[in-house]
Design a protein around this ligand. Structure first.
Ligand code: BDR
Ligand code: CA
Length: 312
């Protein structure tokens, strides 16, 4: 039976590829809904981009919900310098015509977790954790009903990409991240330590471009655009596909290796705001609350991704 998931997202080219991967795998994943949140770009654009991608995938019946337009306690920080003005710069794609659902994303998350059997819905956050934490805050009964939260966020060995110590998704809404990491729900984390190993090298980009149909070509154009930031900053070989690691983990968990450890979120120091303080070496007696990934079989990951994108 397909695993039921909610994708919470701020597309973003790498979010877009994650959505495509999920929508290409209906035998394994049932996408109950996609909830948009402000992050890489403001909410109006992430909501539009989520629908552009559903239509690109040929799945205009996917339910897309509008969520929170700003973090719980801080001003919104965006990342147009990485993703471009639209958040999805690169390919030229038509404006979406599919509808936005009437229900607010937070209400959808709460209602779904209350109505589906307990332990059968997995949350896949690919952006700041505002929608998820707001739902947990409003409905404290739902956290124990979550099957698993598999999220992209944080870093330990790679430290930060938006400040010296913080990764973007956690930095944008540290209060929300703190609520989620303290929620007691089972959590698997895809930090920069893993996602910086998921690099779209030239041969991997060529493989996307060579796929028949428009989707592979669009993915190649997205990663073409998205790579310049990491090339300039890190000298890396190509764009890191952060968010698709979340979906790949649901499809092939054996591609990943990590440790079940304690992870706390810095919410008070401006200097290290949003840092994921990960007790990788077990030097505290704090209770483990997350499986924090560190290694990825990158070739296996790109084989999975290319094969699945080819289905669309
Ligand atoms: C994360 O931030 C966003 O820019 C990406 O979409 C990803 O979710 C990486 O730090
Ligand atoms: Ca994202």
């Amino acid at each position: 039976m397909a695993r039921k998931i909610i994708i919470d997202t701020d597309p973003g080219q790498d979010d877009a590829v994650a959505i495509l991967l999920a929508l290409s795998s209906p035998e394994a994943l049932e996408v109950l809904g996609i909830t948009a949140v402000a992050g890489n770009v403001p909410l109006a654009l992430t909501l539009k981009n989520a629908r552009i991608i559903c239509e690109l995938a040929g799945k205009p019946d996917t339910k897309v919900f509008s969520g929170c337009d700003c973090p719980m306690a801080r001003s919104l920080v965006t990342a147009e310098y990485v993703h471009g003005k639209t958040g999805l710069d690169g390919p030229v794609l038509p404006d979406p015509v599919m509808p936005v659902q009437d229900q607010h994303a937070v209400d959808f998350i709460i209602e779904t977790l209350r109505t589906e059997p307990s332990g059968t819905v997995t949350l896949c956050p690919l952006g700041p954790l505002t929608n998820i934490a707001t739902a947990f805050d409003r409905a404290p009964d739902i956290a124990e009903r979550v099957q698993e939260i598999v999220l992209m966020g944080g870093a330990y060995f790679e430290v930060g990409n938006v400040t010296p110590t913080a990764e973007f998704n956690i930095y944008v809404d540290p209060q929300a991240a703190d609520i989620v990491f303290k929620s007691g729900a089972p959590i698997a984390v895809m930090p920069l330590d893993v996602t910086h190993k998921a690099l779209v090298t030239k041969p991997r980009n060529d493989a996307f471009r060579a796929l028949p149909g428009p989707v592979g070509h669009a993915v190649a154009e997205m990663t073409d655009f998205f790579e310049r930031f990491d090339r300039e900053k890190y000298g890396s070989e190509g764009a890191p596909l952060h968010d698709p690691t979340v979906i790949a983990y649901l499809l092939q968990p054996e591609l990943f290796k990590g440790r079940h450890i304690n992870v706390e979120i810095e919410t008070t120091s401006e200097l290290t705001m949003g840092m994921t303080v990960a007790d990788w070496w077990g030097v505290t007696d704090r209770t483990p609350n997350a499986t924090f990934m560190r290694d990825l079989d990158a070739d296996g990951f790109f084989t999975l991704l290319t094969d699945r994108i080819a289905r669309l």
